[in-house]
Design a protein around this ligand. Structure first.
Ligand SMILES: [Zn+2]
Length: 227
């Protein structure tokens, strides 16, 4: 899945965690469940500190009709602080008519929202998508700027990594032609690889590619695969 792109098929939950008394306990489960990305705006939680990612109650916890779903895993989503507070207690007055904020388990997200990599905007493609985009302000100026800047940073670092790869190759060349010693080449290689790893780490943080190890408990509570 590319950065900020919405999934084309519905998400099937892979965890079936035990029941907890406090819904906040599900945060780590949801982080792994939804690959550490806000389900609504697709921002990775590794892209910036203090984003205040947390647990969203899809059927809002502020609505007394949904009090029984406070700690119901199927009603919980991983989302950034901004989307969480903007979504708030949104729920349609007429459940038949909607509109609904779209979520990745009940909706094929790409049918409702599309990320345009050229403009940095998230484009609605349905009435539910329009409602989601408006309510969560997915195209506020700062969000568009952030998405565009992210691609600038990633492209610059990818170019730098390509340059470092060429530098390493050149060092190997010089070694094979006897222009530099093995010790000189080894020193070059260590420094080049350290720079490369540092750049790659920033790219992963920006694009959400940092690996997330599952705890033993999470592995034990993986939902059985559907036949
Ligand atoms: Zn968000």
């Amino acid at each position: 899945m590319s950065l900020f792109q919405y999934p084309k098929s519905k998400h099937v939950r892979k965890f079936g965690p035990p029941t907890y008394k406090h819904y906040q306990t599900y945060k780590r489960w949801l982080q792994a469940e939804f690959s550490r990305v806000c389900v609504y705006c697709r921002q990775p939680d590794s892209s910036s500190p203090n984003l205040n990612f947390g647990v969203d109650h899809y059927k809002p916890k502020g609505d007394s009709r949904f009090g029984h779903l406070l700690c119901s895993y199927g009603n919980l989503y991983y989302c950034c602080g901004s989307c969480n507070s903007r979504k708030n207690d949104d729920w349609p007055t007429d459940e038949k008519a909607g509109p609904y904020v779209v979520n990745p388990c009940d909706h094929e997200m790409a049918d409702h929202l599309r990320f345009n990599v050229k403009s940095g905007r998230i484009e609605p493609r349905s009435s539910n998508g329009t409602h989601t985009e408006k309510l969560l302000q997915l195209n506020d100026v700062e969000s568009i700027k952030y998405r565009n800047n992210t691609f600038v940073i990633i492209r610059a670092l990818e170019a730098e990594i390509a340059r470092l790869d060429a530098e390493l190759k050149e060092s190997e060349n010089c070694l094979s032609r006897g222009i530099i010693t093995q010790a000189e080449h080894d020193a070059d290689a260590i420094s080049i690889r350290a720079d490369r790893d540092a750049h790659q780490c920033v790219i992963f943080a920006q694009n959400g590619g940092l690996p997330l190890a599952l705890s033993r408990k999470q592995q034990n509570y993986l939902a059985p695969a559907k036949p």
